[in-house]
Ligand binder design. Structure first.
Ligand code: ZN
Length: 222
């Protein structure tokens, strides 16, 4: 029997999935977090994720899917590649890990099924700066149908951040009462520095711009 009041969050310990973790905690009776190790250069990410899950009082699991990083060339898993700090005009930046969300969500669904869970939560966003194809709404909806057909189940993939930008993601974290936790304890930086990060990689820039916009908007309201 699938319990509709339990959710599995695909959880990296970054700003987006941490916000989703707390979003899910408010919405579901029980939340389980699943992290993936996929050969990313910063394995410390997983330890930060574990610490956040502990604070959130959420069951935490890690799965090794390193084969994903070996299948295609990308700068998150290949130390010989220099990360694109600017998106090339005619293609995706080399931080794109082909198939990552396809694998993550598919594996998460099998894992969820084994645990009697039908609700999946992912922090992907179509508003995401690089426009990774597997962060788009059409992909998630299509995969949802495919997973249901593949396992004859009624999974629901929740994407609370799909249509909001970084500023609104910070607002959501604040509303959930975890702005400081997200700001100080998550890791979004491509150079592996937690909290405010290195400051210059694309992930840090996007995160900081969103935070600055949100905080200055909040000040004006006062
Ligand atoms: Zn950075």
């Amino acid at each position: 029997m699938m319990d509709k009041d339990v959710a599995l969050v695909v959880f990296s310990g970054g700003q987006d999935s941490t916000t989703c973790l707390f979003w899910a905690k408010r919405r579901f009776r029980k939340v389980v977090a699943l992290s993936f190790v996929y050969g990313q250069k910063h394995v410390k990410e997983v330890e930060l994720a574990r610490a956040i899950a502990r604070k959130a009082d959420v069951e935490f699991h890690v799965m090794d899917v390193s084969f994903i990083g070996r299948l295609g060339k990308n700068s998150l898993t290949d130390t010989s590649l220099r990360m694109d700090e600017v998106k090339p005009e005619d293609s995706y930046p080399n931080t794109f890990v082909p198939g990552r969300n396809l694998f993550f969500l598919s594996i998460a669904a099998v894992f969820a099924r084994e645990h009697g869970i039908s609700q999946l939560v992912t922090g992907v966003s179509q508003t995401d700066f690089s426009g990774y194809p597997d962060c788009r709404d059409a992909f998630v909806k299509s995969l949802n149908v495919t997973l249901n057909l593949a396992m004859d189940e009624q999974f629901v993939i929740h994407t609370p951040l799909m249509w909001i930008d970084k500023e609104a993601t910070w607002a959501l974290a604040d509303e959930l009462g975890v702005l400081d936790l997200v700001r100080n304890e998550t890791l979004t930086c491509y150079n592996g520095i937690p909290g405010d990060g290195c400051g210059h990689c694309p992930a840090c820039r996007l995160r900081r711009e969103g935070l600055e916009k949100y905080l200055s908007g909040k000040l004006k309201q006062k």
